[in-house]
Design a protein around this ligand. Structure first.
Ligand code: CTP
Length: 404
């Protein structure tokens, strides 16, 4: 619940502004007070009257509004909030924030406060993918701004891809999670999950049996303990965790890129079953049946995402955790894998068909670290997640005592 929380909701001028009306209703239904701020261009998409009616409060939009200055200065306006939420956040707004520009009320409010800021970007897919926006995104992340979304999907402009503002119900969950306090509050954790799909041609791909359940369970347990979680998932059947920042990818190369963009973080957990190889030249068209059988596919190796993060010199997370899927000689193979990858902990599981672990509900872990090996009893994936997250909490607390 958000009772006694005041959200300063900045609505900027994107087509998704209409969704902000629903967001206001949901925030208020959860108990929050909403102070709305509209940029000039937002007024082209939603009217101040409807925003004020739903928020039950006056809409602020003028930088030099003498009545407002007399009642409540714009500095006070942002400082009295528990959270500044920018939804939708246009490419232009992100650029202004990254620059520290303050040429209207919305940008001035953001610059004039140390209140936490959460933004829900919304823009055309090309604008989102443009190197300028991605540069601004990295700057905002480095400045401590929390980013939620965007989702991928059909866009109002008729294109498809990432850029669509997250749904109000998901933004509400992110806001609620922002206020969740726990032993992992302040820890930014990256989790990879699910299988990857490596295309053969536009209609076929190479995949594996990973369901993504273990990754989702771990990410959810981390969110529940107050962590800020970036969840990077291949095409998985499992429900994604609520309250995490979700990035959907298809291939190992896309996963590697998303991981790179999500750094720096405090902890990184690599649960994904990443394809080791991809087809060198996927067909641009559907490969047709041929007399004499299918021609041989040639493969190239995918980057090892875990190893590249575990072995980096700059921005290495404090704790890097890998998984090992083995079908034989579990401990020996997993010990060697931990050394080869350079991760701190390696959670090994036997995924041979007889165990039913891959794609199933349960897991049995052999936890390997420098200090030794620990056999965890077979348990549900949710229980394995709880156990891992408790081990992480113990580790974080020990490290902070050692430093402090
Ligand atoms: N991993 C990764 N990137 C890859 C391959 C694996 O990040 N390209 C990560 C997995 O997420 C997991 C760990 O490395 O945390 C081990 O994955 P696994 O499939 O068990 O090992 P591989 O490195 O693929 O080795 P092998 O197939 O020889 O067992």
């Amino acid at each position: 619940m958000l009772s006694s929380k005041r959200i300063l909701l900045i609505i900027t001028g994107g087509i998704a502004a209409y969704k902000s009306l629903d967001l206001i209703r949901k925030l208020r239904a959860a108990g929050a007070a909403v102070t709305p701020v509209l940029t000039d261009s937002a007024k082209e998409f939603v009217t101040p009257l409807s925003v004020a009616a739903l928020a039950g409060e006056k809409v602020h939009s003028e930088l030099f509004d003498l009545t407002s200055e007399a009642e409540m200065g714009h500095i006070e306006l942002s400082r009295s909030a528990d959270l500044i939420l920018v939804a939708p956040a246009t490419a232009d707004m992100m650029a202004k924030m990254a620059q520290g520009s303050a040429d209207d009320l919305a940008s001035t409010l953001i610059l004039a406060t140390d209140t936490p800021v959460l933004i829900a970007p919304s823009m055309n897919v090309r604008m989102w993918e443009h190197s300028a926006t991605q540069r601004n995104l990295r700057q905002l992340q480095a400045d401590g701004v929390k980013i939620f979304g965007p989702d991928a999907g059909d866009m109002a402009c008729g294109e498809f891809g990432p850029g669509r503002m997250s749904e109000p119900v998901d933004i509400l969950t992110a806001v609620q999670m922002h206020f969740t306090r726990g032993p992992l509050t302040g820890q930014r954790v990256l989790v990879t999950s699910g299988p990857t799909h490596e295309p053969i041609d536009p209609v076929r791909y190479i995949a594996n049996r990973s369901s993504g359940r273990q990754g989702s369970a771990i990410a959810q347990a981390l969110v529940n303990q107050g962590a800020e979680v970036v969840f990077i998932s291949g095409p998985a059947a499992a429900d994604p965790p609520l309250g995490a920042q979700i990035k959907r990818v298809e291939t190992a190369l896309e996963m590697a890129q998303a991981v790179e963009q999500a750094l720096p973080c405090n902890i990184a957990i690599f649960v994904a079953a990443v394809a080791d190889y991809r087809v060198e030249l996927p067909g641009a068209e559907k490969i047709k049946k041929q007399a004499g059988g299918l021609s041989t596919l040639s493969f190239v190796e995918n980057p090892d995402i875990l190893a590249s993060v575990a072995q980096r010199r700059d921005n290495r997370p404090d704790l890097v955790i890998g998984f090992a899927a083995e079908t034989e000689a579990l401990e020996k193979n997993a010990q060697a894998k931990r050394m080869r990858k350079g991760c701190d902990w390696l959670l090994a599981n036997d995924v041979s068909a007889k165990t039913g672990i891959m794609g199933g509900d349960e897991n049995a872990i052999l936890c390997i670290e420098q200090a030794g090996v620990d056999q965890w009893p077979r348990a549900s994936k949710a229980q394995v997640a709880e156990r891992l997250v408790q081990k992480i909490i113990d580790h974080v607390e020990k490290a902070s005592t050692a430093h402090g």
